[in-house]
Design a protein around this ligand. Sequence first.
Ligand SMILES: Cc1cc2nc3c(=O)[nH]c(=O)nc-3n(C[C@H](O)[C@H](O)[C@H](O)COP(=O)(O)OP(=O)(O)OC[C@H]3O[C@@H](n4cnc5c(N)ncnc54)[C@H](O)[C@@H]3O)c2cc1C
Length: 503
Amino acid sequence: MKIISTGKKEWENRHQTFTEKIKDLFEIGNEPDLDALESYNDCTKGFQKMISDAIQTNTPFRSLGAGWSWTKIATAKDGIMADTKPLNTTMSMSAKSVLNSYTGDVKKLIFAQCGNGVWELSKELRPKNLSLKTSGASSGQTIVGAMSTGAHGSSIDVGAVQDYIVGMHIILSPTRHIWLERKSARVVSGAFVKKLETELVRNDALFNAALVSFGNFGLIHGVLVETDDLFLLETYMRRMPYDAALKNLMQTLDFSNANLPCGNERPFHFSVSINPYDLDKGAYVSSFYKRPYRDDYQRPVPNDQGIGPGDDAPCFIGKLTASIPALVPILVNKLLAGVLKPYEKQFGTLGEIFGNTDLHGKLLSAAIGIPLNQVNRVTDLLFEINKTDGPFTGLFAYRFIKKSKATLAFTHFDFTCILELDGAFSDATKSFYTAVWNRLDKEGIPFTFHWGKMNELNIDRITRMYGKDADAWIAARNKLLDAKSIKIFTNPQLQDWGLDKVL
Ligand SMILES: Cc1cc2nc3c(=O)[nH]c(=O)nc-3n(C[C@H](O)[C@H](O)[C@H](O)COP(=O)(O)OP(=O)(O)OC[C@H]3O[C@@H](n4cnc5c(N)ncnc54)[C@H](O)[C@@H]3O)c2cc1C
């Protein structure tokens, strides 16, 4: 394994919204002279040595994905951060590596080392006529970074990134690494476990907890991804009246009477954006339909502002800056009129539609999960709060997905509406967020926070949000990590959230 010390004493997230004092940032790479499996196994040993050094020197240790999170989940305060992005080996699975009882298609399994970008996997899968099942709206995250916070798109019946991970290889300590998968959904054979020179653990509770574990369950070196046949998305964005019919769709996801571009067909992806300052012109409604792949489609084209069909607010909100309240509506209207241009029937693969890997300026982004039956009530409250604690320099956006099996997935309700509040980087935006969260608490509206976006989590809120699932997550962490590893894989963010309990 290659380990290059960058000598950095400070680390800043990709959005430059915070810095953290660190001891060093190491760039980690595979040995080019070894074959894929040998270099993977060599890297496992290298990580164990790094963990051992961290324990011996009492130095916090943490793996970094693409650094796209707004919370300090990827940082090791006064410790070592390991940049995993160059670790991008993939291996397809042979029939011998998979149990006969596995009911999925072996050809659709891909084993990916942790640092593979979501975009990289899409690129790798395409010539094999395969595709990831879903992704976030952008694709610059690493596969393990995205899984670890429960990153999602709006693929209603597919779920979030972690929902297609069926096994993972975790390095827990200097002396132990394991292949972890569900007992109820066994996938790999003893031959595969032997190849990784690891130990097999089949346990639903441990697996579900480790899926969304934001860096706190050791180092996840590789994941087994279930993919889909390559497919196209037929995409539309229309402005539609924000009326009873649309509100009903948003709170039921019952498309049987929908008046969307493909009639009452249930879309693969459904999302709504509301500009609070020109609602009379309607909401922006995106509906994307899954179609069999064919080669002769016209590739999707971004609009004149460079915004493509699947791009969401973080791709353009950074252009907004703090302003005096009276100017906020004008600024937001001007920006959104330019970037959110309705379009009809654009085709693209998942990787093309959700392919943005660029960051555009500083912005704040928060996302909460709410149950469907609260969506319209929460929107009414947002308009109220915008009058008392606004004006919010941003927009209200809604995406929808089914419940995840991951213990602390924030897509926690049977179907979760993810309300996103992306806004200008300013204290005013932060105050608006606080007012919203407090109001939801006061009104007794259940909600969860995206672990990687702006949030105000503490153990009381976490207990209210997740109840005994939070205890189950803590118990799983304590079962997998020994006391010495727990110590170095704990950072101040986890302590602030009260999830660092040692049992
Ligand atoms: C432009 C933009 C668009 C976004 N769009 C969406 C969206 O559509 N949907 C959505 O849900 N989110 C979205 N996000 C948020 C983002 O997807 C999440 O914060 C995601 O987790 C970031 O992935 P990353 O690779 O940057 O991971 P990082 O932020 O680097 O790390 C995330 C967590 O993963 C852990 N981790 C990383 N690698 C490993 C490893 N090998 N082993 C153990 N732990 C590891 C880190 O320690 C950290 O706790 C967006 C962010 C940006 C900047």
